[in-house]
Design a protein around this ligand. Sequence first.
Ligand code: PLP
Length: 396
Amino acid sequence: MISKFMEPRVANNSVIRQMFEEGKRLAKIYGAENVYDFSLGNPNVPAPEELKDAIIDILNSEDPVKVHGYMSNAGFEETRQAIADDLNRRFGTDYKWENVIMTAGAGSSLNITLKTILDPGDEVLVFAPYFVEYNNYISNYGGVPVVVSPDPESGFMPNIAEMKEKITPQTKAVIINNPNNPTGAVYPEPVIQELADALKAREQELGTVIYIICDEPYRELVYGGASVPHVPNYYDDTIIGYSYSKSLSLPGERIGYVLVPPQSDESAEFIDAVTIANRISGIVNAPSLIQLAIARCTDAKANIAFYEKNGTDLYNGLTSAGYECVKPSGAFYLWVKTPIEDDSAFAEELKEHNILVTPGSAFAGPGYIRISYCVAHETILNSMPGFLAVAQKYFK
Ligand code: PLP
């Protein structure tokens, strides 16, 4: 018999995954080329060539006992050093290898960070719309997600005024995801500065520590000159959860890290605790071969121009058909207002044209759909007649 904890989680199994399964079913009926599946954020750009070369070279030249063996639960020192060096070059910081703890991707980075800081009943603020796995990640450790409402007028920037009101003595952290899934928005420096100032003031008033947990799997996927501020340079009590799943198209490899900046609260104890959390979560350590490959490829880059073209063409096509969309500045998602209130019903209408999108309600953002544009360019071009047919019903 499954546990009471798991029962509701099984019942509410991810809408995104269900759409993905639906895509496979439709592809069997209509042929894969006639189904336009925009449901999953699975990068379709191949991982950079140098990564493959690095893996082959490591297998051919390094000691197999090292390559496939256990290492420190926080990862290989050389990988952690290479990442610290890369961050220091890019963000003017002074991280040591100890500040970087290798993980099995962003999901793991967030879980072990939350395991490190949460006691039952502690609250974690999330800004709607958001990646709803956060609810599970927080409740895994007895935490309570507190949702801050969306702010469409600002282009879905974090609603800082409401955040301030929702902070209580139980608030342990605020999660931000920049660039954002599902909106494609990038929070610029003034927004991060305002967020940092507001949290510093609340920390002082309450005499508590409130972490900003930065969920940054899309950090390198930015367009049109947007840039992602390095939050520890604005706010001391920041923890970064990074992943190479999206930036280097490696979601199946399960590789990322937690960055614990030296200026954050009790950082040495945090590093020990998060490393133990990694071990006792059963992950033990991040996969070894890909860790070694990452150490050699911190400069590798995804084909950002491909995503940018997809995003621009989709945005231009849909806005000229009458849809209201957030202009994509990062990640690979387009956030589109639905012409009817019921976003699930609207997603069903698109499905009649073999277009699969995710209803915004799956991200606590009703009245919108998310279109994931990490797809072949032809998928975007060939889906346009379907989007136009539905648009003609609602827009002049
Ligand atoms: N956070 C966000 C916002 C995501 O979109 C995803 C995956 O889609 C994750 C975390 C999990 O990423 P990973 O595959 O690295 O665990």
